[in-house]
Design a protein around this ligand. Structure first.
Ligand code: PLP
Length: 402
């Protein structure tokens, strides 16, 4: 395998050149896709290339992992079949039934898994407001809590958890800190440098960036027993990412920084414009000075990301009506692609979610922000107009006279 990347090169350079990799056989500047499931054993019974079989390992996957480890300043990284398989593998690799403290505001799919499936493995999970350090201190039990899991910015309210402070609380109690950094990306936050033990990404989002790969990544601060068990579980359960997906992900990561920075600049503009919009009651975006997490975000992030949510004055009905009227934004789930997406999150997350029914989640892509705003403005106004007409129609003539 090639050597570890130079610490002197900046992340944007490392990503743009996929660590400067050149195919040794052909000198191609684009790496091949290694699809082999099995490898030749040397006559003396050794496997000198270090690869044996495709379930534990793959050369294309390894290359993607090396890029992610470099970007996260991690000791090592693993690629898995999805963000969910990465997150659940990390929990299943804990040494035994454990107490887990996790953010109440986070990607709903993993929150549901923690609430319904993790207890089947004997784990006890407490969901707390991890933006409130006193609440985290109270929830963590010395010697019992093995894992604190946070997502920052947290879906879909974009709550900000102080990584360094929560790492200190977790470590004092003898627990590890894992951070779902999908939305921040390594461009804006380096959780390991702030004290986290493990970083997780749904690489289906910004790392790949083109809405055409489902993938998950884990990056570790150190290759300890937990990491060894995660690696073994990935091999035993067959959770490794496929080689074609790993290759697409490698290609997507080459443009990570320019993509994420451009989308984030547009998100700042949209958040500023939308907060003055008559149909919008609130804009949830950590880049706005009145967001409750703004000060922590300014400290631990180098940009505020490209995810924001709006709450509509007209409630759930107006939110669904506005989403129905966009033409440029795509009405779809997921985030972090080049195309902008809009979603009524409460329809997805159901009644147990902390997501308010009047909320629309916006994943800002790479289109011109003025076009994005014009489309949203028109949809919001049309939804507002439709709502007033429906209200007027509901009022009976008799009531109107009163
Ligand atoms: C923040 C976050 N974490 C994890 C996941 C799960 O990732 P995947 O869909 O790749 O399994 C998602 C997916 O939407 C997400 O948004």
């Amino acid at each position: 395998m090639p050597e570890k990347p130079s610490r002197l090169l900046r992340p944007r350079t490392l990503a743009a050149q996929a660590l400067g990799s050149i195919d040794p056989a052909t000198k191609a500047v684009v790496p091949p896709v290694h699809v082999a499931t099995t490898y030749l054993r040397d006559p003396d019974n050794q496997y000198r290339a270090g690869l044996v079989y495709g379930r534990p390992d793959n050369a294309t996957v390894r290359q993607g992992e090396r890029v992610i480890a470099a970007l996260e300043e991690a000791d090592d990284a693993l690629l898995l079949g999805s963000g969910m398989s990465a997150a659940t593998a990390a929990v299943m690799a804990l040494p035994g039934p454990s107490h887990i403290v996790a953010s109440a505001v986070m990607y709903w799919g993993f929150r549901n898994w923690l609430a319904t499936e993790a207890p089947r493995f004997g784990h006890r999970v407490d969901l707390v407001d991890t933006t409130n350090l006193a609440a985290v201190r109270k929830a963590v039990r010395r010697g019992k809590t093995r894992l604190v899991w946070i997502e920052t910015p947290g879906n879909p309210l974009w709550t900000i958890t102080d990584i360094a402070e929560v790492a200190a609380i977790a470590h004092r109690a003898g627990a590890k800190l894992a951070v779902d950094s999908t939305v921040a990306t390594p461009v804006f936050t380096r959780p390991i440098a702030l004290g986290a033990d493990l970083v997780m990404h749904s690489a289906s989002k910004y790392l790949n960036g083109h809405s055409d790969v489902i993938a998950g990544a884990l990056a570790t601060a150190r290759s300890d027993d937990w990491w060894a068990r995660i690696t073994t579980l990935r091999a035993q359960h067959g959770l490794i990412l496929g080689p074609f997906e790993a290759w697409l992900l490698l290609r997507g990561m080459r443009t990570l920084e320019p993509r994420v920075k451009t989308a984030s600049e547009s998100a700042v503009l949209l958040a500023t414009w939308l907060r003055r919009h008559p149909g919008v009651a609130a804009v949830l975006y950590p880049g706005l000075p009145d967001h409750p997490g703004h000060a922590v975000a300014a400290r631990q992030m180098t940009g505020y990301g490209a995810m924001l949510s709006i709450r509509l004055r007209g409630g759930a009905r107006a939110a669904i009506a506005a989403a129905a009227r966009v033409r440029l934004w795509k009405r779809a789930t997921s985030l972090g692609g080049v195309e902008s997406l809009i979603e009524h999150r409460a329809s997805v997350e159901g009644p147990s979610s902390p997501c308010p029914p009047d909320l629309l989640r916006l994943s800002v892509g790479l289109e011109d922000p003025e076009d994005l705003f014009a489309d949203l403005d028109r949809a919001l106004r049309a939804a507002g107009g439709a709502r007033s007409r429906a209200k007027r129609a509901r009022k009976s003539p008799a009531r109107q006279k009163q």
